[in-house]
Design a protein around this ligand. Structure first.
Ligand code: NAD
Length: 244
C-alpha cells in the first residue's frame, strides 16, 4: 500500500487524482492539501507527496519533503530558474519523479520527436504548437518546453537563442536555426501538442491530444508507487515507464 498526500487537491488535477486514486486498491490518499491547509502536519503519515499546485509552491514542498524524508512527484509546471534550483537541491536528499507530462502517450511523443529529429536532420524546419484551456496560467506549456528541449538537444543549439515565441510584424524570412513555438488558449482543451518538421516538398507532424486529465493523474499515481524506496535523485516518466 502506498500512502499518498496530494498537494493542490482542490484544483483540476487534484480532483482527478482523488478520483483515480479511489479506483486503485494499492493507493491510499492520507490527505489532500490546498490553500489554507497545514502541509507540515499532514505530511508525517505519507510515503510520497504528489504536487500539482503552482510553480512558486513546489520549492517549499520539495524542501519539506527533504526535511521529512518523503518521496515527491512533481507535476506542477512553469517553474522559474530559482524554483528549479531549490527543487534540484532537495533531490540530493529524497527521490523525486519530476515530469512535465505523466501520460504514456506524451512520453511516446517525446521518444518519437527525438527519433524524428535525428532521422530528418537539419534541412527540416522545427515548430511546436500547443493548445490548452483558457484557465491555464503558464505558457508555453511544460510539455511544449520538454519537446523544445528535445529538439534543441537533437539540433545541438542553445534554446534561449534558437526559440521564436510566436511571430508578429515584419519578422523577415525564417532562419534554419530557429525553433518556433506557439501557445494557443481557449475553451476547455485539456492539452494538445504538435511538433512540425517541414522542408521543401514535404512535412511530418506528430500530434498528441489529451481528452481527459485522468491520463495525467493515473501516470502520476503510477509514478508515486514507483518512486517510493528509490535512491535520492531526479527521475522522469521515461524512467517510470522503462523507456530509457
Ligand atoms: P488548478 O489551478 O486547477 O489547481 C491548482 C491548485 O493548487 C488550486 O486548487 C490551488 O488553490 C492550489 N494551490 C495554490 N497554492 C497552493 C499552496 N500554497 N498549497 C496548496 N495548494 C495550493 O491547476 P491544474 O490545472 O490542476 O494544474 C496544476 C499544475 O499542474 C499546473 O502547473 C499545470 O500546468 C500542471 N499540470 C501538469 C501536468 C503533468 O502531466 N505534469 C498535467 C496537467 C497539469
Amino acid at each position: 500500500m502506498t500512502r499518498v498526500l496530494i498537494n493542490g487537491s482542490k484544483g483540476r488535477m487534484g480532483q482527478s487524482l482523488l478520483t483515480c486514486a479511489a479506483r486503485m486498491p494499492d493507493i491510499q490518499v492520507i490527505a489532500g492539501v490546498d490553500v489554507g491547509d497545514e502541509l507540515v502536519a499532514a505530511i508525517k503519515d505519507c510515503d510520497v507527496v504528489i504536487d500539482f499546485s503552482f510553480h512558486s509552491v513546489t520549492p517549499k514542498v520539495a524542501r519539506l519533503c527533504a526535511e521529512k524524508h518523503k518521496a515527491l512527484v512533481v507535476g506542477t509546471t512553469g517553474h522559474s530558474e530559482t524554483d528549479k534550483a531549490t527543487i534540484r537541491e532537495a533531490s540530493g536528499f529524497v527521490p523525486m519523479v519530476w515530469a512535465s507530462n505523466f501520460s504514456t502517450g506524451v512520453n511516446t511523443l517525446f521518444w518519437l520527436t527525438r527519433k524524428a529529429a535525428e532521422i530528418l536532420g537539419p534541412s527540416f524546419d522545427l515548430e511546436v504548437i500547443e493548445m490548452h484551456h483558457r484557465l491555464k496560467k503558464d505558457a508555453p506549456s511544460g510539455t511544449a518546453t520538454t519537446l523544445l528541449e528535445i529538439l534543441g538537444e537533437a539540433r545541438k543549439v542553445q534554446l534561449d537563442q534558437a526559440l521564436r515565441h510566436g511571430r508578429h510584424g515584419i519578422t523577415g524570412e525564417r532562419t534554419s536555426s530557429e525553433i518556433g513555438v506557439h501557445a494557443i488558449r481557449g475553451g476547455d482543451v485539456v492539452g494538445d501538442h504538435t511538433v512540425i518538421f517541414a522542408t521543401n516538398g514535404e512535412r511530418v507532424e506528430l500530434t498528441h491530444k489529451a481528452s481527459s486529465r485522468d491520463t495525467f493523474a493515473n501516470g502520476a499515481l503510477r509514478a508515486a508507487q514507483w518512486i517510493v524506496g528509490k535512491k535520492p535523485g531526479i527521475y522522469d516518466m521515461q524512467d517510470v515507464l522503462g523507456l530509457k
